[in-house]
Ligand binder design. Structure first.
Ligand code: SAH
Length: 295
């Protein structure tokens, strides 16, 4: 397994102030890197949520030294209310959401997130439910495919790619990463030097679609804000502009709302320093926003 280095840990800890103790929710515990840092710095208890059972198995090992102070829950963070209700926790002292995929999901063989290897086109973070990328691609209409690749991949050749997918699937199922990558690469006109593989944007779009990554993100932030004690902080780290836009607008709306009102602490999002990016390529596109619950 490749090591997953948590992103912007110093900045997250500065906002969350775990040294004051209290209960923290790590909405995307992943391999447990941020949770470990919270516990190391004095959090009394961390509730770690993830919808990926493999991630939770890793987090369990990472967080074993803290015993019952670390509680792991297999859930979608959009079910935050039922997770906290189930643990009899009304309000928490801080919350962190580090969105997107982990380097483990990306690098571990057999998950289908990456076109660096040929493997089944799955892409589900939670392999215990939902449709795989291969299943969605087999059944979606051409227009829906084009719209998805355009919206979630910001891919200007989305229509051509969708058309090629529909043509190709008449011949044979598109059920591996390499089959899809090949179709996309052939559909996209190549002119000179390519900075990124032409399949990158389509793979991002499918991953967001399969996992419904943007749906309900706003409702989750609102629900999370309601569960913060006065003075407690929410830290959100995003990895692409679509997500960051939702976080920015939702926090602004919460700032103006009477109910669950927060104060935004990051006028502009924080980004990692150059030294962090040099050490950890996953940090490259990270943006961190934080807000504090008002009394
Ligand atoms: N902060 C973690 C890494 C998180 S990577 C660490 O330090 O190790 C993002 C994680 O969020 C992944 O494990 C992914 O499975 C999880 N995730 C993404 N969307 C989710 C959702 N809606 N509900 C719960 N977990 C989610």
């Amino acid at each position: 397994m490749s090591a997953h280095v948590p992103v912007m840990t110093a900045e997250a800890l500065e906002f969350l102030q775990p040294e004051r103790g209290g209960v923290f929710v790590d909405c995307t515990v992943g391999l447990g890197g941020h949770s470990r840092a919270l516990l190391d710095r004095g959090a009394s208890r961390v509730i770690g949520i993830d919808r990926d059972l493999d991630a939770l198995a890793h987090a369990r090992v990472t967080l074993a030294p803290w015993g019952a102070k670390a509680e792991l829950v297999h859930s979608d963070y959009r079910a935050i209310d039922s997770v906290l209700d189930g643990l009899d926790i009304a309000l928490v002292d801080g919350a962190l959401a580090d969105l997107g995929v982990s380097s483990m999901q990306f690098d571990e063989p057999g998950r289908g997130f990456s076109f660096q290897r040929d493997e089944p086109l799955d892409m589900r973070m939670d392999r215990s439910s939902g449709e795989t990328a291969a299943q969605l691609i087999a059944t979606a209409g051409e227009q829906e495919l084009a719209d998805t690749i355009y919206a979630y991949g910001e891919e200007r050749f989305s229509r051509r790619i969708a058309r090629r997918i529909v043509e190709a699937r008449r011949e044979a199922p598109i059920d591996t990463t390499l089959k899809l990558a090949t179709i996309v690469r052939r559909a996209v006109p190549t002119r000179g030097y390519q900075r990124i593989d032409p399949a990158t944007r389509t793979f991002q779009a499918l991953r967001i679609w399969v996992n419904r990554e943007l749906e309900g993100l706003d409702a989750f932030l609102g629900a999370m804000a309601k569960r913060l004690r006065a003075g407690a902080r929410l830290v959100v780290i995003t990895f692409h502009s679509l997500e960051d836009r939702i976080v920015k607008h939702t926090l602004r709306a919460l700032e103006k709302s009477g109910d669950a009102a927060v104060k935004i602490l990051t006028k502009k999002p924080l980004v990692p320093g150059e030294s962090e990016i040099a050490l950890n390529p996953r940090a490259r596109s990270a943006k961190l926003r934080a807000a504090e619950k008002l009394a």
